[in-house]
Design a protein around this ligand. Structure first.
Ligand SMILES: *[C@@H]1O[C@H](CO)[C@@H](O)[C@H](O)[C@H]1NC(C)=O
Ligand SMILES: *[C@@H]1O[C@H](CO)[C@@H](O)[C@H](O)[C@H]1NC(C)=O
Ligand SMILES: *[C@@H]1O[C@H](CO)[C@@H](O)[C@H](O)[C@H]1NC(C)=O
Ligand SMILES: *[C@@H]1O[C@H](CO)[C@@H](O)[C@H](O)[C@H]1NC(C)=O
Ligand SMILES: *[C@@H]1O[C@H](CO)[C@@H](O)[C@H](O)[C@H]1NC(C)=O
Ligand SMILES: *[C@@H]1O[C@H](CO)[C@@H](O)[C@H](O)[C@H]1NC(C)=O
Length: 284
């Protein structure tokens, strides 16, 4: 595992401490946080310039990767996986060709965090391939619009019956897209429905949107879902609140972000103080 992993300190405030070297201007850091009660296996599409691929992340753990500043790709979570020591195995949701290290996108249904880095970056959380885990994207230290994207609601609890994917035990483990289930041109926005004038929200995409208002629910759902930001690092949190605060420490400073746009840089010594304090609190 190339990632550095740390246990988090509980509560609303997620402190992510990264002791990486000095990041170059041509890279961005991606901090992946598992706030879920279960282990997840994040997957990252390979492509030029992303230092990561697929790995296990236990509840409360964090992994940090660097991407080149022109990286395009997706990050998603796999659930219920079983891998052997060679990294071969399967997952209940989101699996990528039976491999721990993803070289192809995960299979639906899966919630997807999409990134197109550039100037500015474009990012969104998409439910077009269904939903398996809540994902929130928080930009840090960015300039210009930079707001949080994603969904902290849980569509597994609100999934229309006919879209629900259930485990053998009967629990809803994911919510499939109407396109995947019914495969009609209207639900899939293809054929005569392939253009913005004809591809509209459907009753199913509206049901998704009501639980996840800042997520992409159908092919042309850009205005309310796709966010832009310049020069940011990103925190991709699974099962976290959209209005929570997340922080990341690198280049000797602590950067924090949240839906209120709160941003700050705190000197390194304070971070060490916070960490020491958190450790003290944790041992109690
Ligand atoms: C990936 O990260 C590891 C550890 O942080 C580092 O040693 C390695 O050089 C990185 N690889 C790339 C391609 O950035
Ligand atoms: C299991 O993993 C090994 C090493 O990564 C690989 O060579 C092999 O093809 C894999 N087996 C299966 C069945 O995928
Ligand atoms: C994952 O697979 C890619 C492509 O085969 C490879 O470059 C990368 O080193 C692998 N990562 C790990 C952690 O095995
Ligand atoms: C920021 O958002 C506003 C309103 O949505 C938009 O008009 C403007 O072009 C955006 N700025 C950038 C740099 O994306
Ligand atoms: C959506 O519309 C279809 C066709 O009109 C209907 O069969 C289905 O029950 C509706 N589903 C929901 C969740 O409203
Ligand atoms: C965050 O949102 C949750 C509901 O999603 C709410 O219960 C909580 O009070 C909010 N916290 C803050 C700090 O606004």
């Amino acid at each position: 595992m190339t990632a550095q992993q740390f246990r988090l300190f509980g509560g609303m405030f997620i402190l992510v401490v990264i002791a990486t070297g000095v990041a170059s201007q041509n890279t961005r850091s991606f901090t992946i946080v598992n706030n879920c009660k279960e282990t997840i296996w994040p997957g990252i599409t390979h492509g030029d310039g992303f230092n990561g691929s697929g790995f296990a992340l236990k509840p409360g753990q964090t992994a940090v990767y660097t991407a080149s500043s022109n990286w395009n790709g997706r990050i998603w979570g796999r659930t219920g996986c079983n891998f052997d020591k060679d990294g071969n195995g399967t997952c209940q949701t989101g699996g990528c060709s039976k491999s721990l290290n993803c070289t192809v996108p995960g299979s639906p249904p899966a919630t997807i965090a999409d990134f197109t880095l550039g100037s500015p970056d474009y990012y969104d959380v998409s439910l077009v391939d269904g939903f398996n885990l809540p994902i929130v994207i928080t930009p840090l230290k960015g300039k210009e619009n930079c707001s949080n994207a994603g969904c902290d609601g849980d569509l597994r609890k609100n999934c229309p019956q006919e879209l629900a994917l259930k485990s053998s035990g009967g629990d809803v483990i994911a919510c499939r897209s109407a396109c995947e289930v019914f495969s009609t041109d209207e639900y899939c926005c293809r054929g005569t429905y392939a253009i913005p004038e004809t591809c509209h929200a459907t009753n199913y995409s509206r049901a998704f949107k009501s639980v996840c208002p800042v997520a992409y629910s159908y092919a042309y759902d850009d205005p309310t879902s796709v966010k832009t930001c310049s020069g940011a690092d990103y925190v991709v949190s699974f099962c976290a609140s959209r209005n929570g605060t997340v922080c990341s420490f690198h280049d000797s400073s602590l950067a924090c972000g949240g839906s209120t746009g709160f941003r700050t840089a705190i000197p390194g010594w304070l971070v060490i103080l916070i960490i020491s304090l958190s450790l003290v609190l944790r041992t109690k």
